[in-house]
Write a protein that binds this ligand. Structure first.
Ligand code: ZN
Length: 323
């Protein structure tokens, strides 16, 4: 599926079979002598096939194509290793590069998941099914790193990089002041809520995400071109909804902690989730994994607010209401 969403900007819908996200938007911007692609799809055959047929239809020469990747997740970055040619530049951000280059990335997550109550016996199986592990870009990637305010020109467009940490530590958007177009990646999505989760200590991604929402609220934007689902207007309405959503989630977590001291995994098991399973035990392992990571993001945030406290007992982390 290809749609011209703006002059010389095409939205290519790349399917993600079996994934609740359903599809990812890869955008192709046509310049005078080069193309710029924003996000790519997972490193799997279904994405490659859809991508190749779209590129053929648009008569794109990959040797003349550069790439801007909003963040490290496999559905955005994965396919770039097969698409990029020697002549291509891959624009990316510093913080997510650090994560990709960390050889202990998955091991660190395993340790944190175990500390936060995820059942030891399920961790290996969950990791082996994790789309981020299965469909990631081949390494090494020859990246060109950008930061806040850096310009990116293609055809009639002059974009600026906008750092929006939260969904990932290095998440970066593109803004074009003249047309007021905003490539939002997974920072702003319209029909779904960007997943904010973590498996590590001493970070507060939800706080970062909320701050990044406030930052984008101040921008003049006419059209948001998101990483998933349809483009939309009125970013301020959506930002208000997302902030409200997280506020309600925080209150839900506070109510759950009324029952006593719990791990992030236990809190996740009592939260409400939009998934067709009656019982937490029936959730597929990857969904339990994402849900627990999301619960932990809320717990870290509430701890930062001084509303709850963290205790470590026998190497395991528990949260309870602040005394
Ligand atoms: Zn993502």
């Amino acid at each position: 599926m290809i749609e011209e969403v703006f002059s010389h900007i095409f939205r290519m819908e790349i399917p993600l079979p079996g994934n609740p996200l359903k599809a990812i938007n890869s955008y192709l911007i046509q310049g005078e002598d080069r193309f710029l692609m924003v996000d790519t799809g997972m490193n799997r055959v279904e994405c490659m096939e859809a991508m190749q047929s779209s590129l053929q239809e648009l008569q794109v020469d990959l040797k003349k194509t550069d790439f801007f990747i909003t963040h490290l997740h496999a559905d955005h970055l994965g396919l770039v290793s097969d698409l990029a040619q020697d002549e291509s530049k891959i624009y990316f951000n510093y913080p997510d590069t650090e994560i990709i280059n960390n050889p202990n990335h998955w091991e660190d997550m395993e340790v944190s998941a175990s500390k936060n109550g995820f059942p030891e016996s399920d961790i290996q199986e969950t990791i082996s099914k994790h789309p981020g592990r299965k469909y990631h870009a081949r390494q090494p990637l020859n990246l060109t790193l950008l930061k806040e305010g850096d310009p990116l020109r293609i055809g009639e467009y002059s974009f600026q990089c906008v750092e929006t940490p939260g969904h990932t530590r290095g998440h970066m958007c593109l803004y074009e002041p003249r047309t007021k177009l905003f490539f939002s990646g997974d920072h702003l999505l319209n029909d779904i809520t960007p997943n904010i989760s973590l498996w590590s200590e001493n970070q507060d991604p939800l706080r970062q995400f909320l701050e990044s929402l406030d930052k984008i609220d101040r921008f003049q934007i006419d059209r948001v071109l998101p990483g998933h689902r349809k483009p939309f207007d009125d970013h301020r309405r959506r930002i208000a909804e997302l902030k409200k959503h997280h506020e309600l989630r925080n209150e839900e977590v506070m109510a759950i902690l009324q029952t006593g001291r719990l791990s992030a995994y236990q809190v996740a098991g009592q939260m409400t989730w939009d998934i067709k399973c009656d019982r937490w035990e029936d959730f597929p392992l990857p969904q339990q994994w994402f849900a627990s990571g999301e619960a932990l993001a809320h717990l870290q945030y509430l701890q930062g607010e001084g509303r709850i406290q963290k205790e470590i007992q026998d190497g395991k982390v528990f949260f309870s209401l602040a005394r």
